[in-house]
Ligand binder design. Sequence first.
Ligand code: GRF
Length: 221
Amino acid sequence: MSRMVVLISGTGRNLEAIIEAQRTGHIRGTIDAVICNNPDAAGLQHAQAAGIPVRLVNHRDFANRNSFDAALSAAIDQHDPDFVALAGFMRILGSEFVQRYRGKLLNIHPSLLPRYPGLNTHARALADRQDWHGASIHFVTEAVDGGPVILQGRVPVHGEDTEATLAERVMREVELRIYPLALDWACTGRLAMQGDKVLLDGKSLARPVQLEDVTKEQSHG
Ligand code: GRF
């Protein structure tokens, strides 16, 4: 069975969904450790409650990014995972780190990439009066939030939305669904990165899979 390590920094709602999906057999792999850079992260409680080993690598203990990345790699490598899932992990990783885990490193980003890489995605979507917003799962490459996108899901933006209401809709309707799905694809050997392309079931994706298409397929059996 494929083994995963999940990296978090904060609230851990994505982690909670990943743990639940794994527990109920919707992710056919194991979560061998949760690694966190923030000792105060509320998300740590989800790992502890599930009995998953937690390791803290506090970025404040390191003089620079390289030494933090090296400590993070050492913590990850103790578990020899097949995949490393960044789930609200709020540190930018250096290129050596990214290359070391190339094809094994997944991230969730709260926007319809390639739109809005970086921070404050919900506020930016609102300011641009977008009709749709969402979240994406992508392979991590050196370009921040720029790696090949695997799966994304969208929600409508409402006229009365605030940053908070939009963020909550994206989280509830998209984020909590797409990460478990993509991690199950990864753990069951369906997913790979080749060059800058995503391979799903051996076929190169011309564009990211859309959550609504997966949902339709599932309801048709
Ligand atoms: C999520 O919106 C994720 O997409 C972003 O940071 C947030 C983390 O939330 N990268 P949580 O820690 O999973 O609750």
